[in-house]
Design a protein around this ligand. Structure first.
Ligand code: TC6
Length: 728
């Protein structure tokens, strides 16, 4: 776990816990033993700490977190005990850093007396994203190196800094070229004693004159931008303690704030999210088709068809990852508009200093716009982003099948359509796959990849690998109407329209959702995506299923239907783009949403016409109805084999819909509420709303709820009544 060796007068202790040298109990004990052995050996004059493999250390071992005392207490060997041993050691200790040096790893480095790194190293305190704070004195030590403001920014944001930036801040003493171990040993040999100010607890926090002002400003920002999150606030308070209190009292304050977080439900949600988004990327169809064994086709060139908002965003994701793109539109006017869109997205990146003008120009060099679809004949992969219409997509795929080389992967950016129906129009169904991007495609992290009955493992491996290359979080699901994202979101939003029909106004519902932690209420989301878009989808579905949808429709095949959204559409209110939808906006395309009495009139008149008596609806009822409807559908996705584990559904909601990370995702939320209670409330709503089939409880949910025990999420799928053998 920690390997000890001696190079002349230098003891080298190598942290070894693949893949990221997480500081497990065993590693920390090994490190402690190693440092003590070096201290006891009179021939040893200095000590080098270095990481084995790709990283120095990714920090404390998150899998051990439930045992809080092990991580922080001074009993047994904890990060703090070994930290004290390192800092008080009379032989100079040098941390030699490569890869990542995060969290507890950086705390070890800050207990060390000197820090060296290679140019590519990254250093930071990501704890805030796990719902905690750097509880091994990181909040007290970093400010003593970089000052209050920089420490506050680093710890509250959780964002790492590059080695050159760390050198500038004074976190690093030196950046070294060539072999890190050789350079670190050489450096360590030049050291004899440990100067007083190399033990950070002896050093005052520099540049802290304006700490109160910075504190207040940051607090206000957190409350506005990270509404509901408690970790950033405790991180901020802990860093402030480094200025307000002597070191020994500061660490006590840090411990108290740390324990508050560690025992919170938010930390459980955020730590679950860390593991669930990793679990979600591990796809498995069978022993011979899974993320471990299936080989991908390298994507060296790509095509994007359709240069609208989605197509342009997708092209930007590929281009900025270094993949040359051939962008196809049907005429030069649309193509020109797409190019301008791409340029304006990239220009935004330049403005935000995410790239330089010259990098932007280089990116544009690998963009090849064209109106000739034949130009796609030799690309490795194509993503189609045309209008959401099955016939149109089938015609396009049939054409591509004839034009493209045999092993080109054909992807559809459909958000709902059955991949098998699209694949049927080609002679290569094994090469057809869904890549459902979320708008804006160059920003939203989720990529819902969808396989059909004939999609090959090689094709799946290709899109899953590509997703990571273009910095997306991929989830693989099976084809069906709406896949997981839209299937579950549909039930959530439909239930909220019913709530409006029964008594609340759209802004009242949105306020409740935003207080719950959603970044935007569902009616604001609707305005953003376009009320006309939803209307068109409903109309197409109605035509496909042979019924006539009017603004008087109340039931479809016995199912409750709410026509208020259709009435909003009929009033010419298409959403933000027209300056009015469920809300009134400051201008067409504007962002400031205001309550509009005209909308309230449409809703009230609708209820009057139908003879509906409106009632007061509690916050609890609103949350239960939208969340439990989505959760029930999530269980049905598991039953149908559309999702293979609850973590996939949660990752989709976290990264596709901005579900609050501290609640883990809807399925984790259900586990926290308790599945017995969720099930009972679903039964209750079924009794009250028998004309809504999404209240028929999933059999899988029922089985778990009636098992009489608290089944952990990892075991839920064992209760699947209809297991699809290939997915288990
Ligand atoms: C005392 C209190 C104060 C201290 C608090 C802390 O330090 S809090 C900690 C603060 N630190 C963080 O928050 C850092 C979190 N980690 C990261 O940011 C990234 O994992 C990475 C940059 C280290 C590697 O990225 P990458 O894209 O190359 O790879 P990848 O992301 O797929 O990970 C590979 C495998 O390593 C696993 N694993 C990783 N770290 C840990 C860990 N700390 N623990 C356990 N496991 C960890 C990960 O689960 C995965 O396992 P799997 O699925 O293969 O079984």
């Amino acid at each position: 776990m920690a390997e000890y060796k001696e190079i002349d007068s230098v003891a080298v202790i190598e942290l070894k816990n693949p893949p990221a040298n997480a500081l497990s109990k065993a590693l920390v004990t090994g490190l402690n033993n190693g440092v003590k052995r070096a201290i006891d050996n009179p021939r040893i004059k200095s000590i080098v700490l270095i990481g084995n493999g790709q990283h120095f250390s990714a920090g404390a071992d998150i899998t051990e977190f439930p045992r809080v005392a092990d991580v922080t207490s001074k009993q047994g060997v904890s990060l703090l005990t070994v930290g004290d041993v390192i800092e008080s050691c009379n032989k100079p200790v040098v941390s030699a850093i490569h890869g990542v040096c995060f969290g507890g790893g950086l705390e070890i480095a800050l207990f060390s007396h000197y820090r060296l790194a290679v140019q590519s190293a990254k250093l930071g305190f990501p704890e805030v994203s796990l719902g905690i704070l750097p509880g091994a004195n990181g909040t007290q030590r970093l400010p003593r190196v970089v000052g209050f403001e920089v420490a506050m920014d680093m710890i509250v944001s959780g964002k790492p800094v590059s080695a050159p930036q760390a050198l500038q801040y004074g976190i690093l003493d030196k950046i070294v070229d060539g072999d890190l171990l050789t350079a670190a040993v050489q450096f360590a040999k030049t050291l004899n004693t440990v100067p007083h100010d190399r033990r950070l607890k002896n050093v005052p926090v520099p540049n802290s004159e304006n700490a109160n002002k910075h504190f207040e400003e940051k607090l206000a920002k957190i409350k506005q931008k990270q509404r509901g999150y408690i970790a950033p606030i405790n991180c901020l308070k802990a860093v402030k303690a480094s200025v307000d209190l002597p070191y020994s009292e500061g660490v006590t304050k840090e411990f108290q704030l740390f324990m508050e977080l560690m025992s919170s439900a938010q930390a459980r949600g955020q730590q679950y999210s860390f593991f669930s988004e990793r679990a979600a990327t591990k796809w498995y169809l069978s022993a011979s088709k899974n993320y471990k064994v299936s080989k991908d086709i390298p994507v060296k060139t790509a095509g994007v068809i359709g240069a609208g908002t989605m197509g342009s965003g997708i092209a930007v994701s590929l281009l900025t990852s270094g993949i040359p793109v051939i962008l196809v539109e049907q005429d030069s006017k649309n193509l020109e508009r797409g190019i301008e869109l791409i340029k304006s997205i990239l220009q935004g990146g330049v403005k935000l200093k995410r790239m330089t003008q010259s990098q932007m120009n280089q990116i544009l060099q690998i963009l090849q716009p064209t109106t000739k679809i034949e130009d796609l004949q030799s690309v490795d992969l194509i993503i189609e982003a045309v209008f959401e219409n099955l016939k149109l997509k089938q015609e396009l795929f049939s054409k591509l099948d004839k034009i493209c080389k045999r092993d080109t992967v054909l992807c559809s950016n459909t958000s709902t359509l059955d991949i098998d129906k699209i694949a049927k129009s080609t002679s290569r169904p094994e090469k057809v796959v869904g890549t459902h991007f979320f708008a804006p495609a160059h920003i939203m992290p989720l990529l819902e990849n969808v396989y059909g009955n004939h999609t090959s493992a090689e094709t799946i491996a290709t899109v899953m690998k590509l997703s990571k290359k273009i910095r997306k979080i991929p989830v693989l699901v099976k084809t069906c109407h709406g896949f997981v994202a839209n299937r579950t979101f549909f039930e959530y939003s439909q239930e909220l329209r019913f709530v409006v029909e029964e008594g609340l106004l759209p802004n009242e519902v949105d306020d409740i959702l935003e207080d719950f932690g959603m970044p935007m209420g569902v009616f604001k989301v609707n305005d953003l995506s376009g009320i006309d878009v939803g209307w068109r989808i409903r109309q197409e579905q109605a035509i496909a299923n042979g019924f006539n949808l009017t603004t008087n429709t109340r039931y479809i095949n016995g199912e409750r239907y709410c026509a208020i959204a259709d009435k909003i559409f009929q009033a010419g209110r298409y959403g933000r783009k027209t300056g009015k939808g469920w809300y009134q906006y400051d201008k067409p395309g504007g962002r400031v949403a205001m309550v509009d009495p005209n909308v309230n009139n449409i809703i009230l008149n609708h209820c009057k016409e139908l003879g509906l008596t409106r009632r007061k609806i509690s916050t609890q009822e609103v949350i239960e109805r939208c969340m439990f409807a989505a959760i029930n559908e999530g269980f049905r996705c598991l039953e149908d084999g559309i999702a293979s584990k609850p973590e996939e559904i949660d990752t989709i909601w976290l990264h596709g819909f901005g579900f609050p990370r501290y609640r883990g995702g809807p399925m984790f939320y259900a586990s926290q509420v308790g599945l017995r209670k969720v099930y009972e409330r679903i039964k209750y709503y079924q009794k009250h709303f028998p004309e809504t089939s999404h209240w028929i409880a999933s059999e899988m949910l029922q089985r778990i709820a009636e098992s009489g025990r608290n089944v952990p999420i990892s075991e839920w799928t064992k209760f699947n009544p209809t297991p699809t053998s290939s997915r288990l």
